[in-house]
Design a protein. Structure first.
Length: 130
């Protein structure tokens, strides 16, 4: 389970000052999502689009807590406790996607991957070369 940390922590600041390449929690989330997307769909993910969508959503939800992790890691259980203790509403993203799309998550992923793949295949492309 991950908590997205957008602020530059002391560790990140010092590592960057020492010349290390650093990424924040949002970038870790985007990259994890991109790998998962490619594994599940066999389609190269639109990482820039994913990053912009995540940034846009987080800007709207500045005061929210986002729990991220693999199945069975306790996100829902922890979310319920946090929601109760903080007097906040728990939003299950899978349920929102299923309600909005009118499909289960597995079917949504399959149909979305097919649409994206067909869209990308229909575009002209160039391999460069020079």
């Amino acid at each position: 389970m991950w908590f997205i940390i957008r602020s530059k922590t002391r560790l990140l600041r010092e590592a960057k000052a020492a010349g290390a390449k650093t990424i924040d929690g949002l970038e870790m989330l985007v990259r994890q999502g991109a790998v998962s997307f490619e594994i599940w769909t066999a389609v190269k993910p639109p990482v820039d689009v994913m990053r912009e969508a995540a940034l846009s959503l987080l800007q709207k939800m500045k005061s929210n807590i986002v729990l991220i992790g693999f199945m069975g890691t306790g996100k829902t259980a922890v979310g319920r406790v946090l929601a109760q203790r903080l007097n906040r509403k728990l939003i299950e993203i899978d349920a929102v996607i299923e309600k909005t799309a009118g499909k289960t998550i597995p079917i949504f992923l399959k149909t979305t991957a097919k649409l994206i793949s067909a869209s990308w295949k229909s575009r002209p492309s160039s391999s460069g070369g020079g």
